[in-house]
Design a protein around this ligand. Structure first.
Ligand code: NAD
Length: 487
């Protein structure tokens, strides 16, 4: 299949947005942005460097120290955020079209992500108005209360999987709390980020509050991390990049929020409802092309049902529809970029010597161009195999048997990561005890990745540091000054 779809009205160039203006890099440098379905360059984007970051931070700093945004009443900021949510909602189809085109995500899933982005803004618009802070008193003696203040210019660095939604996840709380921002989106997928400026202008966000600099991580991202006037960095991306950012931010003692990689286990006990567990484990690793931080990419199955599970799971994986990202019937689209495709394919090849291939195993038939990978399943994978230990971030899954609950727990915890875990069992006690002991920031019991926006989001071990979500995001983007009065 060589079907090519190009959306109408693509920009002639993707530029930075600094102090209310769309601008090129000061040195005029650009980088190529590829269409994942063809790997042809469809646009050039401004490649930001230190000088561009300096301009953006200066604009954000001015808007913070002189502008109205940090000083507005929560209700006033909330109104702007609700308007942003309205605008995102009203443009969800267009956003999904552009996101799917740029990232290779299936269009139906990109639409869900666009709606989630709107919901993020609506949620923080409400939360900031409902926000209550602590006050304590010792009667007749003393009163103490918390004075919550925005911190300043927040540096937001985001990855290419579900880019628009993940940007909203940081933008909404950073703005709701009165900070100003510089966003550095992922270089593989800059298209949807370029829409924020128009949306924010229309919603009435004051000039300079939102700034965006495109560019490579080691240039624009690095300069943002090392900028002395940026006290906060919220980063989502690979654990290795997180380590580099940690080191680079250390001399400035910045506030850091780190949402990093994962290799999350889905543990299926023999007493689980297998029909539901199989469906969920298919969705858990093949939705969003497997480019999902919380993907259940290691499936641990109890020996009594192992053979049945593997057979049924492989059969279902073969039915997952790989197709053009723009086709509404598509369940797995094109991986984001040829570099990432090569990485995923190298794991597919490696898996053939580390496990028993039961589905997929390469490029699906009928796709001459583009980053297409057939949903791939390896069974009988040993716990020390690289495909069991390392994040592949594609439609590839490793299945491993276990006998006892203790063994399942040991296997589940046997990686450097600790983002999510999925437990399938009808034994309520076991489910809760397992959740207690598993090393994961988020656990889903007999359910798949449904999440209330009020809950904490984040990982343990190499999957991250700090939590975002609900009040934790408000805490990250604000200082809590305590004020004491003697009566
Ligand atoms: P990445 O680490 O390569 O890049 C992420 C961002 O960091 C990009 O904008 C990149 O330009 C920038 N960057 C790279 N090097 C930098 C540097 N030295 N200084 C500053 N910025 C730099 O990650 P990716 O490949 O874009 O995204 C995939 C990864 O993100 C996976 O590991 C995935 O699990 C993780 N992820 C985690 C979560 C979560 O919430 N935990 C969510 C989504 C994705």
């Amino acid at each position: 299949m060589t079907d090519v779809f190009t959306p109408e009205g693509l920009p002639d160039r993707i530029r930075h947005y600094i102090d209310g203006e769309s601008v090129d890099s000061l040195d005029g440098d650009t980088f190529e942005v590829l269409n994942p379905a063809t790997n042809e360059t469809y646009v050039h984007a401004a490649a930001g460097k230190r000088a561009d970051i300096d301009r953006a931070v200066a604009a954000a700093r001015r808007a913070f120290t002189e502008g109205p945004w940090p000083r507005m009443l929560p209700r006033e900021r909330s109104r702007v955020l609700h308007t942003i949510a309205d605008l995102v909602e009203s443009r969800d189809a267009r956003l999904a079209e552009l996101e799917s085109f740029d990232s290779g995500l299936p269009i139906t899933q990109a639409l869900g992500q666009a709606r989630r982005a709107a919901e993020n803004f609506r949620f923080f618009a409400d939360l900031i108005v409902a926000q209550a802070d602590d006050a304590f008193k010792v009667p007749g003696r003393q009163m103490n209360y918390v004075n919550r203040k925005p911190i300043g210019v927040a540096g937001l660095i985001t990855p290419w999987n579900t880019p628009f939604m993940l940007e909203s996840w940081k933008l909404a709380p950073a703005l709701a709390t009165g900070n100003t921002v510089v966003l550095k989106p992922a270089e593989f997928t800059p298209l949807s980020a370029s829409l924020w400026a128009g949306i924010f202008e229309e919603a009435g966000l004051p000039t300079g509050v939102f700034n965006l600099v495109n560019g490579l991580g080691e240039d624009a991202g690095d300069a943002l991390v090392k900028h002395p006037d940026v006290p906060l960095i919220s980063f989502t991306g690979e654990s290795r990049t997180g380590q580099i950012i940690f080191g680079n931010a250390a001399p400035y003692l910045k506030g850091l929020s780190m949402e990093l990689g994962g290799k999350s286990p889905a543990v299926v006990f023999a007493d689980a409802d297998l029909d539901v567990a199989i469906d969920a484990c298919i969705f858990g690793v093949f939705s969003l092309n497997g480019e999902r931080c919380t993907a259940g990419s290691r499936i641990l199955v109890q020996r009594e049902v192992y053979d049945e599970f593997v057979e049924r799971y492989a059969a279902q994986a073969k039915r997952v529809k790989v197709g053009h990202p723009h086709d509404p019937a598509t369940e797995v689209g094109a991986l984001v970029h040829p570099e990432h495709y090569e990485k995923v394919m190298s794991y597919v090849e490696l898996g053939k010597s580390e496990g028993r291939l039961v589905a997929g195993g390469g490029r699906p038939e009928g796709f001459a161009t583009g980053n297409y990978v057939a949903p791939t399943v390896f069974a009988d994978v040993a716990p020390d195999a690289r495909i069991f230990q390392e994040e592949i971030f594609g439609p590839v899954v490793a299945i491993t048997p276990f006998d006892t609950e203790e063994e399942a727990l040991t296997l589940a915890n046997d990686t450097k990561y600790g983002l999510a875990a999925y437990i399938w069992t009808n034994d309520l006690r076991r489910a809760h005890n397992f959740a207690q002991s598993v090393e994961a920031g988020m656990v889903w019991l007999n359910s798949n990745n449904v999440r209330d926006l009020r809950t904490p989001f984040g990982g343990v071990k190499a999957s991250g540091l700090g939590h975002e979500g609900g009040y934790r995001s408000i805490d990250f983007y604000t200082d809590q000054q305590s004020v004491h009065i003697t009566l």
